[in-house]
Structure formats: structure tokens, C-alpha cells
Write a protein that binds this ligand. Structure first.
Ligand SMILES: [Zn+2]
Length: 274
């Protein structure tokens, strides 16, 4: 092809796709919030679940489950894809009471002997329980083994946890679900061992456009944010693809280097393939 021919083809391509800066880029994704709990196992056998992640552009994912066997099923089939976190819930009944059950601490300590886990969580907790002996023991185990704690807690509770357990790295689920950008930014400024994932946070990009308050924090702390889906009920597995398309849409509004970090590189750096 002549140089002139190449230019004509290039122009045609640009006309076809529109301005490439406006097209949603397809960044490879590290998903920081996937569950594979008992009700999911029959509906989406491991190969199917792994295929859903791959089709959504998810290269690697933090997975936890109730019970933990679901996480191990996925991990055994795809150890370079799955980043296993140990959930301290033996059954769903542990969700509200785990922090006051010494059996949970023993369970966690015993499961950790497998040596495959990169974190403990996701767990729920409120501010009054931060000093509970079981929480303290789990924080000790995390610090000793350099494991993350994946905490679904409000802003008051994450601040207390970070102050009480300064040796532990925390992954804050859903950025506290309702904490505003200003609060998240203030905590990131103050606590170097805090990372934040944005699963289910539609307010980051309402209508597909990044809110200016969030954009400012993403640009200030591009090394501290990750994206996630949260397959907290089985039906969520059906929307992994569309939820990631929404994420790709707002990532495409950020400078490429920032988007790449939030999409995948932060997760890859924090959780290198063993
Ligand atoms: Zn969750």
C-alpha cells in the first residue's frame, strides 16, 4: 500500500470509530470484589464462573466465599487468576456474630495453614466491635502473615481499625458504601496502609461520567483505588460483563496511566502471581 493509501485507510478507520479518545478503552481488569458462595456453585460451576470473568475482561480477581470452599474450588482451577481471601464466615449465620465467636478465630488460624490466602475478608463490622478479642486476633494474624483485611465497614469503623491496627494493610470494601469522596480522600491522605475498592459505587460516575469530587481523589491517589463487581448474590454473576462495561466507560475518562493503575496495575502490584 502507498503512503497515501495508508493515510486514506487511516482516515476511514477514524471516521468509522469516531474520535478514538472518546471510545471506551478496554482496560484489562483486576476485580477486587468477587464472591463464589454456596448458592453460586450449581448455577455457575467453576469453569463457567471463570469464563464469565474472562469474558468480562477480568484477568485476575480477589475471591472470597461463604463457606470458603468455593474460593478454593476456583483457585485450584486457576491459581494465576484467583487471589484467595479467607472469609471468616463458616456459614451466613456468622455474618453478624463472627467478631464475638472465638471459634471463628480458631477456624481462621487453622485455614490459614494452607498458605494460599492473600487476605482475610470480606467481613462486616461496626465501630463498637473494633477492639473485640476475635478482631484483634485476626488483625494479629494478618500482620504476621502480611495479609490484607478486606473490610465492609463505614468510615468511622475503618478509621478506628486503621488507628488500632497500624501494621495491617486494609482494603476498604465499596469505599464504605456511603462514604463521600471527600471522606475517602481524607482517609487516604492520612493512612498509607489503606486501599479502596469501588464495587457498587454508582455515585463515582453517575450517568457514566465521573463526578468531579471523585475524579479529584482518583487523580490524587491513583495507586490506592481498585475496581470490583461484588457477586454477593448469584444473580450478580449475570451482570459481571455489563458492570465491567460501566467501569470501562468511566475509566476511559481518566488519563491512560491513571486508568491502567485503577483497572489492573494496583492489584497486580499488591498481589503478584505467586
Ligand atoms: Zn461483598
Amino acid at each position: 500500500m502507498t503512503a497515501r493509501g495508508s493515510l486514506v485507510s487511516l482516515a476511514a478507520v477514524l471516521l468509522l470509530v469516531g474520535d478514538p479518545r472518546l471510545a471506551a478503552a478496554q482496560y484489562p481488569i483486576f476485580d477486587a470484589h468477587i464472591h463464589y458462595s454456596r448458592p453460586d456453585w450449581d448455577a455457575y460451576p467453576p469453569e463457567r464462573a471463570l469464563a464469565i470473568l474472562a469474558q468480562a475482561g477480568v484477568r485476575r480477581a480477589i475471591v472470597s466465599s461463604t463457606p470458603d470452599d468455593g474460593t478454593l474450588r476456583l483457585y485450584e482451577r486457576a491459581p494465576s487468576v484467583i487471589v484467595p481471601f479467607l472469609r471468616p464466615y463458616r456459614t451466613r449465620d456468622d455474618m453478624g456474630s463472627w467478631h464475638e465467636d472465638t471459634g471463628v478465630a480458631a477456624y481462621v488460624e487453622d485455614r490459614l495453614k494452607r498458605g494460599v490466602y492473600r487476605g482475610i475478608g470480606e467481613f462486616h463490622l461496626d465501630a463498637t466491635a473494633v477492639d473485640a478479642p476475635v478482631v484483634r486476633r485476626i488483625a494479629e494474624l494478618a500482620a504476621e502473615r502480611d495479609l490484607f483485611l478486606h473490610a465492609h465497614v463505614d468510615a468511622e469503623t475503618i478509621e478506628k481499625l486503621l488507628g488500632r491496627y497500624p501494621k495491617v494493610r486494609f482494603l476498604w470494601a465499596h469505599a464504605g458504601m456511603s462514604a463521600d469522596a471527600e471522606t475517602v480522600g481524607r482517609l487516604l491522605d492520612r493512612f498509607p496502609k489503606l486501599w479502596v475498592e469501588l464495587a457498587l459505587r454508582g455515585d463515582v460516575a453517575p450517568g457514566g461520567r465521573i463526578h468531579p469530587e471523585w475524579r479529584a481523589r482518583l487523580l490524587r491517589h491513583p495507586d490506592r483505588f481498585m475496581v470490583g463487581t461484588d457477586t454477593w448474590v448469584t444473580s450478580r454473576w449475570e451482570i459481571v460483563g455489563s458492570s465491567m462495561r460501566d467501569v470501562q466507560q468511566w475509566l476511559s475518562e481518566l488519563p491512560v496511566e491513571v486508568a491502567e493503575q485503577i483497572a489492573r496495575k494496583n492489584g497486580a502490584r499488591l498481589f503478584p502471581v505467586p
